[in-house]
Design a protein around this ligand. Structure first.
Ligand code: FES
Length: 163
């Protein structure tokens, strides 16, 4: 290869390397934005919910909303929000309404509608999330604040919304 050829090759390599650097810098300046669901959200008004486990926010927000006529921890009727994360290794259980239980497809853990574990390897109940009334009267859930039954936290006033 002649001198021109080598120069062309060197110039081409330099250009390619520069372009690569610019592309990397560009990616650094404009990172991919992760559209994670918000931790805090409103889910409508209490009278929009019937009794039992409501699955409408499972996929979007990662919670089951449960309306109960009587909660053992607060001794009244109302709502609690269960996180959809199995306390064994983090899979997402399914709600089996015919059997009135949450069943994890990974290793078979079962949870009562309250979130209490009763079969399989899960070592503790599902976690509940903060649930309160927003100023406009809608139910507001805040997943940044979690309550664990085994730590005695389900009796916290914000772990349950009396209605
Ligand atoms: S992750 Fe649910 S039973 Fe193992």
């Amino acid at each position: 290869m002649g001198r021109r050829g080598w120069m062309g090759l060197a110039w081409g390599s330099f250009t390619a390397a520069t372009a690569g650097c610019l592309a990397a810098t560009g990616r650094f300046m404009f990172p991919n934005v992760l559209n994670e669901p918000p931790q805090q959200f409103t889910i409508g008004f209490p009278d929009e919910y019937g009794e039992g486990v409501d699955e409408r926010w499972k996929d979007r927000f990662g919670v089951w909303v449960v309306r109960t006529p009587f909660d053992d921890y607060h001794e009244t009727s109302g709502f609690y929000a269960l996180l959809v994360t199995c306390t064994h290794l983090g899979c997402t259980p399914n709600w089996l309404s015919a059997e009135s239980k949450f069943k994890c497809p990974c290793h078979g853990s079962g949870f009562r509608p309250t979130g209490i574990n009763f079969e399989g390897p899960a070592p503790r109940p599902l976690e509940r999330a903060r649930i309160v009334l927003a100023e406009d009267g809608q139910i507001m859930i805040d997943k940044a604040r979690k309550f664990q039954e085994e730590l005695g936290q389900w009796t916290d006033p914000e772990a349950f919304l009396g209605v």
